[in-house]
Design a protein around this ligand. Structure first.
Ligand SMILES: Nc1ncnc2c1ncn2[C@@H]1O[C@H](COP(=O)(O)OP(=O)(O)OP(=O)(O)O)[C@@H](O)[C@H]1O
Ligand SMILES: [Mg+2]
Length: 369
């Protein structure tokens, strides 16, 4: 599966452009601020019905315009797919597959699998557990409806239980029947989520390790582990054991909403001790493991977007990354870089089809070669 042609009308800094892509590697090179990442973001739109960076659609319309259009022509399973996304100020976003509207935007997700790697993903390592749970949820729920529904139900009931805890604050004896209602449901959904998260992490860890070793040249020892309170206790027991405490602090203190991913470099937390390059290697290996998982589930090669991926890496790692994506089971790739010479040097050492697009400042002139 690959994107053959991309057309943009008034999307961010682009007025009217049309690009024809290579089936394998496409590079966008140019100075800061010329619109390299914007191109990746438009491709992200066509797969996931939204941008990677800005949740507010209308902010992606060119500042001086009222609407924008992103269109992609794909080849998928030997057939052509035309995907259309139209955004207008104060109107509902239009999303079409081969000229037909989708009843629900979410019906489109998964049709054209895609993985984005961006410098902003470093939050996965540096920020709180919420980011890592979002990462896990995002990957599993794309291909598992039961998981998605369980997460939604769990969060809804968790919210109700927390509201209840607040509402009974100060009462000496809240109604235990209410706890029974919340806790039995949280236990039910929590168990499903725990089992699926456990399976998912078990499945990606070896792939993650393989990628980390290859990119780093086996220089470092890293580990990735799923940490959940449910590993030692049943969800229902956890809730019951913590009931008195929950009543004091007025929220639910235990459960799968406290799950974590433990990321270590040697025996120490990567967040505290890893260098920027090591943290970036970790983040990239994790995204490649996600890619591998989605490829298996979707039975398609996801499109891979690598934004500024070479930044902070030494030349050995840069070469390894390019080697990995060209040798392993990867499909179409879009890479951005400010350094055209570096890009060309790396590509020339690999015998792989590619196309370089030079993006020039303050103009929408793009040259493919
Ligand atoms: N809605 C919009 N309308 C017009 N221009 C926009 C809009 N949103 C973003 N831009 C412009 O897009 C440019 C940024 O593009 P982008 O992030 O793709 O740059 P880049 O080539 O990736 O740069 P870098 O090398 O620094 O990452 C900025 O100049 C910004 O003003
Ligand atoms: Mg950029």
């Amino acid at each position: 599966m690959h994107l053959k042609k991309l057309s943009l009308l008034n999307f961010k800094n682009y007025e009217d452009i049309e690009l024809n892509f290579n089936e394998r590697i496409n590079c966008f090179v140019g100075n800061n601020g010329v619109g390299k990442t914007n191109l990746l973001d438009s491709i992200h739109y066509l797969s996931l019905t939204k941008g990677y960076f800005n949740a507010i659609d209308s902010q992606n319309i060119n500042h001086s315009k009222e609407f924008c259009v992103i269109q992609g022509e794909y080849e998928r399973d030997g057939a052509q797919e035309n995907i259309y996304c139209g955004i207008q100020q104060n109107k509902k976003k239009q999303f079409k597959r081969n000229k037909k509207d989708y009843p629900k935007l979410s019906d489109h997700i998964g049709l054209i699998p895609l993985v984005m790697v961006s410098p902003s993903d470093i939050s996965l390592i540096l920020d709180g557990g919420e980011e890592r749970r979002k990462f896990i949820n995002g990957v599993i729920s794309q291909y598992d409806r039961l998981y998605l529904e369980s997460i939604m139900n769990y969060n809804r009931i968790l919210l109700q239980r927390n509201k209840f805890l607040k509402s009974v604050a100060g009462y000496s004896k809240p109604d235990p029947a209410m706890f029974e209602v919340y806790d039995s449901q949280l236990s039910l959904y929590g168990k499903v989520i725990y089992e699926k998260r456990k399976d998912f992490i078990e499945r990606i860890v070896p792939v993650f390790n393989k990628f980390y070793k290859r990119i780093s040249g086996e220089k470092e020892n890293v580990s990735l582990k799923y940490k959940s309170q449910l590993a030692e206790n049943e969800m229902s027991d956890l809730l019951e054991m913590n009931r008195a405490k929950d009543l004091i602090i007025q929220y639910t203190s235990a459960g799968i909403h406290r799950d974590e991913l433990e990321m270590l470099l040697g025996d120490y937390p990567l967040k505290k001790t890893g260098s920027q390059g090591q943290q970036k290697t970790y983040q990239l290996a994790l995204k490649f493991a996600k890619f591998d998982f989605i490829r298996e589930k979707s039975k398609q090669f996801p499109i891979l977007l690598l934004d500024d991926v070479f930044d902070k890496f030494d030349s050995e790692r840069v070469e390894q990354i390019i080697k990995v994506v060209s040798e392993e089971k990867f499909g179409q790739i879009f890479i951005t870089d400010t350094d055209e010479e570096r890009m060309k040097k790396v590509l020339s050492r690999l015998n792989i089809e590619n196309k370089i697009f030079r993006i020039e400042e303050n103009q929408n002139i793009i040259s493919g070669e």
